[in-house]
Write a protein that binds this ligand. Structure first.
Ligand SMILES: Cc1cc2nc3c(=O)[nH]c(=O)nc-3n(C[C@H](O)[C@H](O)[C@H](O)COP(=O)(O)OP(=O)(O)OC[C@H]3O[C@@H](n4cnc5c(N)ncnc54)[C@H](O)[C@@H]3O)c2cc1C
Length: 228
């Protein structure tokens, strides 16, 4: 998903760390004016040097004017290619944050599903909510238990099939906890469309019970992954 909205703040990349073969952590500083929404899946539009288009990234955490963004390394794209360079010291644009996660009153459980692009939000939601969390994360990098606080969630780490993502099948096969709860999911758009239909048509769920977001579209090009 891309946006042409202009950045409202300019920050500087203070640090770059490879967390796993397909995940690079960037710390962006100089953002004293950043005001978090407090919504745990909050994202910002990011503009990298030499570009005018933005791409959305989840705020994994923020503190004293510094934002932590975790960027998935894939084959080609404005941000992914830039994030694989020595980008420390580069200026970046950070737009207005937004969030979508909205636990309904009375929910007794949370189920989270996503690919590596969703992991920052999954971790932040799991670390924030007071409800018991079960998560299913599809990643080419194997289990990444240190990525989120110990005990924040019961996580199942899934290997994706060679030709993309199987998250829609994963959700169709889930046994849902008893009673009212909240389901949040993000990843490749076609998988998300499939699951929205399943929840509404097959399970008869109303809109307040779930939030399913397409984070990127495989249809815009071949989805190829590369190691850094
Ligand atoms: C609300 C929201 C929050 C998000 N949070 C994060 C986050 O925290 N971390 C993160 O890494 N991403 C996140 N994303 C996804 C990210 O915005 C997209 O993956 C984006 O397209 C990456 O931009 P790019 O410039 O690297 O590639 P683009 O120039 O947008 O795309 C180039 C090509 O790469 C393909 N592509 C794009 N993303 C992927 C991918 N992940 N895997 C394989 N192929 C891909 C496209 O189909 C296209 O063909 C989020 C998206 C949304 C909507």
């Amino acid at each position: 998903m891309a946006s042409r909205g202009g950045p409202s703040l300019t920050g500087t990349v203070l640090a770059r760390e490879v967390l796993s073969p397909h995940l690079v952590r960037l710390v962006v500083g100089g953002l004293d004016a950043f005001e978090s929404t407090g919504v745990p899946d909050e994202w910002v539009p990011l503009t990298v040097p030499g570009q005018f288009q933005t791409r959305y990234y989840t705020v994994r955490s923020w503190s004293r004017g510094e934002l932590v963004l975790d960027v998935v390394v894939h084959d080609h794209g404005l941000v992914t290619e830039w994030a694989q360079t020595e980008c420390v010291g580069d200026p970046v644009g950070i737009g207005t944050p937004k969030g979508s996660y909205d636990e309904p009153q009375g929910a007794r459980w949370v189920v989270l599903v996503g690919d590596l692009t969703a992991l920052p939000a999954i971790a932040r939601i799991a670390e924030t909510t007071t409800l018991p969390v079960t998560a299913h994360v599809e990643t080419l990098d194997g289990p990444l238990p240190d990525y989120l606080d110990a005990g924040a969630a019961t996580v199942t780490w899934l290997e994706p099939p060679a030709d993309g993502s199987a998250l829609a099948d994963v959700v169709r096969g889930l046994s849902w906890p008893e009673g009212p709860g909240y389901f949040w999911m993000a990843g490749e758009s076609a998988q998300m469309r499939d699951i929205r239909k399943h929840l509404r048509r097959d399970l008869g769920w109303g809109p307040r019970t779930h939030d399913v977001m397409g984070y990127w579209s495989g249809a815009r090009g071949r989805v190829l992954w590369s190691s850094s």
